[in-house]
Design a protein around this ligand. Structure first.
Ligand code: AKB
Length: 311
């Protein structure tokens, strides 16, 4: 049976991805792993291993033990946390990737998924409809690590034939798992606070437009790029991926349609500078043409679904 290993399975994307892959390939075919055990119900829901992504031997041992063919490397420090701990962010985001790329280079696994981000772009990048190929001068630790990672993915593919696939995720919004240390996290917090308090103080300014995506779409994109025939995955750095973009004011307006008394105010903090360095919207024509990407959720559909589930 084809075995899949998810490293960083207890995080925001990892939890959802584990559930989705188990529903497609069967529970026993998908090994979840993380540096520590998370939610007991999740850990008990299928094969689970404690794996430190920075320990090459641990990663290799678990791959050999389970006969793993495909690895999804989801462990990373996100933008806001990375600014507070640059050295560790660089270590984790780069060396975990090198471990997996080198295991693939040695022929021990077949395919890798590694997430990139809109953070690869920087203040000198065109902000609207940011093209797939454009100026990339990231100004955050996280963005620098993701851009370097993209270069290494493409290099390992071109030079060693490693089948590595990647997506530049926008901000991701999910009702079931909390985000962890990102600049786009406000777009999750706002729904929770709208229901619990009827008001929200946003750490970004009211007109800060950012590209965003509902988790259902992000998980589907991840599965689809990994299922695509190798020859269709023509870009081996990472694909631009788009679904919607909005400002804090616009998401507040969408929430107000369902919770009329909801109010928002603004107290921008250090994350404003990070957000200001990122694109406002993304051109994902390459993903649509190469492997058929198509999003389902816009702001209205996402807001209805989020509030329904969180209630
Ligand atoms: C973050 O805000 O750091 C992440 C991202 C855009 O990659 N959600």
């Amino acid at each position: 049976m084809a075995k899949i290993l998810i490293i960083g399975a207890c995080g925001q994307i990892g939890t959802e991805l584990t559930k989705k892959l188990r529903s497609i390939y069967g529970t026993d075919a998908v090994v979840a792993s993380d540096v520590r055990k998370g939610d007991p119900a999740f850990v008990a829901s299928g094969p689970f291993e404690v794996v430190n992504a920075l320990d090459f031997n641990q990663v290799e041992d678990v791959i050999e033990k389970h006969g793993v063919e495909d690895v999804y490397l989801m462990a990373a420090l996100l933008s806001a946390t990375a600014e507070k701990n640059p050295a560790f962010a660089w270590d984790l985001n780069m060396n975990s990737l090198f471990h997996v790329l080198n295991i693939a280079k040695a022929g021990k696994i077949k395919k890798i998924f590694w997430p990139s981000s809109i953070a690869v772009f920087g203040p000198t990048t065109p902000k609207q409809n940011t093209p797939q190929f454009t100026v990339m001068e990231p100004s955050t630790v996280y963005g620098i690590s993701k851009q370097s990672g993209e270069r290494w993915c493409e290099y390992y593919h071109n030079i060693y034939g490693v089948d590595v696939r990647s997506i530049r995720y926008p901000g991701l919004i999910s009702w079931s798992t909390p985000p962890g240390g990102g600049t786009t996290d406000y777009a999750v917090d706002i729904y929770h606070k709208a229901l619990s308090d009827g008001k929200y103080t946003c750490f970004l300014s009211k007109d800060t437009r950012l590209p965003m995506m509902y988790m259902d779409d992000a998980i589907r994109a991840t599965v689809e790029i990994m299922q695509a025939p190798a020859e269709n995955v023509k870009i081996r750095s990472a694909y631009n991926l788009s679904a919607m973009d909005f400002t804090p004011t616009e998401i507040a307006e969408a929430i107000k349609k369902e919770i009329p008394d909801f109010t928002i105010d603004y107290e921008p903090d250090f994350r404003q500078k990070i957000a200001d360095s990122w694109p406002q919207s993304i051109d994902d024509t390459s993903a649509r043409e190469d492997w058929g990407w198509k999003h389902d959720f816009d702001l209205t559909a996402m807001t209805t679904d989020m509030l329904e589930h969180l209630k």
